[in-house]
Write a protein that binds this ligand. Structure first.
Ligand code: NAD
Ligand code: UDX
Length: 504
């Protein structure tokens, strides 16, 4: 097996940073260097003020990057951790891309692969510009025989494209290219990396290919070997797109049924429970809501559909496009319902959006359904759109809304959008509350009853409701408030997937 003692991870983002941290933490004998061209991002990785929030990440960095031996908070890490004495710092962050590529035995490619914004395949195809750029740098600077690993999510057969680029810029030198897609979710990145459902390694079915795959398997020293799956390179690349497409497809499926529930008296939560109890279906990813967001689902389905289209399979492309169509439709119909229920006008009204990130537990706002909802509300010229998210920094949200909707929409520029640090201020004298994420903070202790709001950090709903303008409206986009309890105290609730206020 090829010996690996130094790893270079290109891309210090949501995947590259946490993955490298976990690899370094569990392999004290390796040196792992994360490189990025973004100096500001690297500076933050080298500080206590990390560029992203993930539970357990800071402790892991303090150990691998700083050599600290303080007990890890993470239970699982503590039990598997090989460290008990002061350790050699073995995780570095740098902007010197070329030098670190040149020093590495294994190179992980974890750059962004967004949807193309213009030109051929715009809005659907994967933009491989960053991937192409780093492949060229690898070809020029890498040690002969270094192992290349695609961690980025890429279209099927991208490994061939990488091999071709390497041959062009470095003829006569052999490099193995592996596919090792990442399945972590935002908000649980560290625990997903520490205890993955599986680690997929795609390689060429040659002696060199299998040797490289074994070298990568050794890097995953903390993972139970039975969770490591070996496939050919194309299967591994495609499996990543399919995994995200299938998860998203379940959400669109249940959301499509939620609309039937609202018109019949069936309840989508009861349906999810009833069908999820069948082990063949399973209970996960069946929560109806305002639709999926995040940096991956949308772009990966678009990429899969485009792949099908370019392979001359328009029916397959259309099938997956439909998952996106339902997702968009679900978010739009929810926001329009708000306007309709408020007599078709938002003029002079304050509307509060609780939850701005694409899901709870993260400050990641990429492709968040909240933003699309806010756009629709703004079309009806409300007096104020108040935003609160316990995980997001108000300044960052304000800047982002200004950038994506136009800075004139912000209150500081005489517009109507204001972002609050405090939920009670955001909800004060509001005409309607719209819940966009299923944060525990927003959840009612349903069975405990309306008066009891005993859990720490939970919103005091009686206080919030009392200060709403009449008729008091709550639009629950994630099925987390107790509709019956709310209605008993005079709050009008419109949810998703069950008959709303006033009946059928
Ligand atoms: P990101 O945008 O957070 O990070 C990518 C980083 O790559 C950026 O810091 C950028 O500056 C850097 N970069 C781009 N071009 C570069 C270059 N030429 N040289 C050096 N650095 C360069 O992206 P991410 O969310 O970490 O995603 C990375 C990949 O992982 C994507 O393919 C994504 O689909 C996949 N993925 C993401 C997640 C997730 O939850 N975010 C989960 C699984 C897989
Ligand atoms: C997803 C995949 O889960 C992960 O494996 C992959 O590596 C990256 O993409 P992530 O985008 O972080 O991870 O979030 P995830 O928890 O999957 O949620 C995605 C979206 O679906 C969120 O907006 C969430 O609110 C929504 N969702 C999820 C539902 O609407 N209903 C559900 O039942 C589950």
């Amino acid at each position: 097996t090829a010996e690996v003692s130094s790893i270079c991870c290109i891309g210090a983002g949501y995947v590259g940073g946490p993955t490298a941290a976990v690899m370094a933490y569990y392999n004290p004998h390796l040196t792992v260097t994360v490189v990025d061209r973004d100096q500001a991002r690297i500076d933050r990785w080298n500080s206590e003020n990390l560029p992203l929030y993930e539970p357990g990440l800071l402790q892991m960095l303090q150990s691998a990057r700083d050599g600290s031996t303080e007990d890890m908070e993470h239970q699982q890490m503590a039990t598997v951790s090989p460290q008990s004495e002061r350790r050699r710092p073995n995780l570095l962050f740098s902007t010197d891309v070329a030098k670190n590529i040149g020093a590495a035995d294994m190179i992980l490619i974890a750059v962004n692969t967004p949807t193309k914004k213009r030109g051929l395949g715009a809005g659907r195809a994967t933009d491989v510009t960053a991937l192409e750029a780093v492949t060229k740098q690898i070809a020029i600077h890498a040690k002969a025989g270094a192992i290349l690993v695609e961690k980025s999510t890429v279209p099927c057969r991208t490994a061939d494209l990488i091999r071709e680029t390497l041959k062009t810029y470095r003829p006569g030198v052999h490099f193995e290219v592996l596919s090792n897609p990442e399945f972590l979710s935002a908000g649980t990145a560290i625990s997903d990396l520490v205890s993955p459902s599986r680690v997929l390694i795609g390689s060429q079915p040659t002696t060199e290919g299998l040797r490289a795959a074994t070298a990568l398997e050794r890097v995953y020293s903390w993972v139970d070997p039975c969770k490591i799956m070996h496939t050919n390179t194309y299967s591994s690349e495609l499996a990543k797109l399919v995994a995200n497409a299938m998860l998203a497809q379940r959400i669109s499926s249940i959301n499509s049924i939620s609309a039937i529930c609202e018109k019949t008296g069936a309840d989508i939560h009861e349906i999810s429970n009833a069908i999820g109890a069948d082990a063949r279906i399973g209970s996960k990813y069946l929560k109806a809501g305002v639709g999926f967001g995040g940096s991956c689902f949308g772009k990966d389905i678009r990429s899969l559909a485009y792949l099908a289209e370019t392979l001359g399979l328009p029916e397959v492309a259309e099938y997956w496009q439909q998952v996106l169509k339902i997702n968009e439709w679900q978010g739009t119909r929810f926001a329009r319902k708000v306007v309709k229920r408020l007599n078709g006008t938002l003029s002079g009204k304050k509307i509060t959006v609780l939850g701005y990130a694409f899901k709870p537990g993260t400050d990641d706002t990429r492709e968040s359904p909240a933003l699309e909802g806010i756009r629709i509300l703004l079309d009806d010229a409300p007096a104020e759109v108040a935003i609160f998210d316990p995980f997001c920094c108000p300044t960052v949200v304000r800047e982002e809304v200004g950038r994506l909707c136009g800075s004139e929409v912000l209150k500081c520029n005489d517009g109507s959008v204001e972002v609050y640090e405090n939920a009670y201020e955001a909800c004060d004298r509001s005409h309607a509350i719209i819940i966009m994420t299923d944060c525990d903070e927003f959840r009612q202790s349903a069975k405990a009853g309306y008066e009891v709001s005993n859990l720490e950090n939970r919103l005091d709903w009686p206080k919030i409701v009392y200060n709403l303008e009449k008729p008091r409206w709550v639009f629950d986009g994630r099925g987390i408030v107790d509709l019956d309890v709310m209605e008993k105290v005079g709050v009008r609730v419109e949810g998703i997937g069950r008959v709303g206020w006033g009946g059928l």
